[in-house]
Design a protein around this ligand. Structure first.
Ligand code: SF4
Ligand code: SF4
Length: 487
């Protein structure tokens, strides 16, 4: 997320902040409610954001808070003036408030449990103009399975995410650009200071839509390409001509100066495409290739899931790029964090998204910690149901039509169950890379029927993979899920 948003920082001082007892005390003071009904840190951030003068008496009261912010400032290597300007950015304000609250609520944990998610993926609609083979949402032209949220309900959801300092929303689908109120709602979220991006199939990136995307100020747009040539992609997407359409859309975004990524789902079939996708990125002028972790759910079958050996090879290819200093790859594969640490590399992958060429960032990668499900991230479905991950569309933690987001995130037993990695099954539980990876809980669930099961996609669990895959081969697709206990 950090590299995608083009922010860089140094964490030596941040480590000091997080591990130091005095700093913890200062954070506690910063979160105390003052006479205005706000926390002290909010009052201070407001004073920066709205250029309000602080009286000498207030300054004395806010002194501990100013000190703690100063440690944060130095962690980010900023001079005072630059930092003051950045503090006016409502997204930065959300990160600070969310982080402080997280430290107070959970203390420093590895990986960190967050008071509110850093990222919510909002499956905005079930409607889609394509019929992709691997769609986790099982979306298509027939549209809604259940009543989708109305525009007013969506605004209430945004209000709540904003109030709770959720940092970012990734709009996905179905195809978000198909929804009539998409720009209205995304602009509403952006104006509240939430970092927003779009995951799209790329076929609706018309001149007009690209213009709106640029005006609203999306952090980035990720468009799907499943192969470096039209034939494979179009066959996969179920509609001819789509590869060219998506490439045209990517070019339009790049020309308009929008940060544009190619999202590529690595499957058994498309495995050889990975290096070619990096070449295509160059040709199209896109910023990064985001390599998606294929999960056998929705319309995606087990037969196309890469083997643990293929995943390991994919991690090697990605690592080589990252370690060479080419910041052209991001991935949702949590094992990439493990791979980079195992190679004792100079580069570290954070949250299986970002990479930076410094060992100092191992602190951050331990904090953000691989699979973010129910801990740093969750998903909202088109009808307002909240699920721990987009790849768990049938595991419902709560309903935004009946409950608050805060209640669901903080109290749902399903969400809470992901916040203690000592509960994982072997080999993930005692794995020394547990804190930076944790295994993909969605894949573990699809294969083993246990959310805490081992992730069979990892080379360290390959025995589990080959045992389960043999059992699965004996049955037809629908029965397969029953074999492993998946509802
Ligand atoms: S064993 Fe589990 S925690 Fe360890 S690297 Fe593999 S998937 Fe990640
Ligand atoms: S379960 Fe975790 S690793 Fe798997 S897709 Fe969801 S967030 Fe990513």
């Amino acid at each position: 997320m950090w590299v995608i948003s083009k922010r860089r920082f140094d964490v030596t001082r941040l480590r000091f902040l997080l591990r130091n007892a005095i700093s913890t005390k200062l954070i506690r003071t910063a979160m105390e409610i003052d006479e205005t009904g706000k926390t002290r840190i909010e009052t201070l951030l407001d004073s920066y954001g709205k250029n309000m003068k602080i009286s000498p008496a207030q300054r004395i009261k806010l002194y501990p808070v100013i000190k703690v912010l100063d440690i944060v400032r130095r962690s980010f290597g900023r001079d005072v003036e630059t930092f003051k300007i950045e503090l006016k950015d409502p997204t930065i304000r959300k990160i600070i408030l969310n982080s402080f609250k997280s430290l107070l609520t959970y203390g420093l944990t590895a990986p960190q449990n967050f008071y509110m998610p850093l990222l919510v993926v909002w499956n905005y609609t079930n409607k889609c103009n394509l019929r992709c083979k691997h769609c986790y949402q099982d979306a298509g032209s027939s549209g809604e399975k259940r009543d989708e949220l109305s525009t007013e309900e969506k605004k209430r959801v945004v209000d709540e995410l904003d109030r709770n300092n959720v940092v970012s929303i990734s709009f996905s689908g179905g195809e978000p650009l198909i929804a009539k109120d998409f720009f209205e709602i995304s602009e509403y979220a952006k104006k509240k200071g939430i970092y927003i991006n779009i995951a799209t199939n790329g076929t609706l990136l018309t001149e007009e839509n690209v213009k709106r995307i640029k005006e609203i100020g999306f952090g980035y747009v990720a468009a799907s390409l499943d192969a470096s040539t039209p034939e494979k992609h179009d066959e996969f997407r179920g509609v001819p001509g789509m590869w060219n359409k998506t490439c045209d859309g990517i070019r339009r975004l790049v020309d308009a100066g929008v940060t544009t990524c190619i999202q590529f789902t690595l499957t058994k079939d498309s495995f050889d495409e990975l290096p070619k996708m990096l070449e295509l990125r160059k040709k199209l002028g896109a910023y990064k290739v985001i390599v998606y972790n294929y999960i056998p759910c929705g319309r995606a079958g087990f037969e196309n899931d890469p083997t643990p050996e293929q995943r390991e090879e994919a991690a090697r290819i990605m690592y080589e790029e990252i370690n060479a200093g080419h910041h052209v790859i991001a991935s949702t594969m949590p094992q990439l964090g493990r791979y980079c640490k195992e190679r004792n590399s100079d580069s570290v992958v954070i949250a299986h998204y970002a990479d930076i060429k410094t060992k100092e960032l191992s602190t951050i990668s331990d904090i953000v910690g691989g699979c973010g499900v129910g801990r740093a991230y969750c998903a909202i479905q088109p009808d307002g149901l909240v699920t721990p991950c987009v790849y768990m569309p049938h595991l419902v933690a709560g309903d935004l039509r009946k409950q608050s987001f805060k209640e669901i995130w903080l109290e749902s037993p399903l969400m809470v169950s992901f916040r203690d990695r000592s509960k994982l099954q072997e080999n993930c539980r005692s794995c020394e890379y547990n804190a930076v990876c944790g295994g993909c809980r969605a894949r573990a669930y699809e294969y083993t029927g246990d959310l805490m099961g081992p992730d069979p996609g990892c080379i360290k669990n390959k025995d589990v993979y080959y045992t389960l895959i043999e059992e699965l081969k004996k049955t037809e697709k629908e029965e397969r899920r029953a074999v492993v206990g998946v509802k």
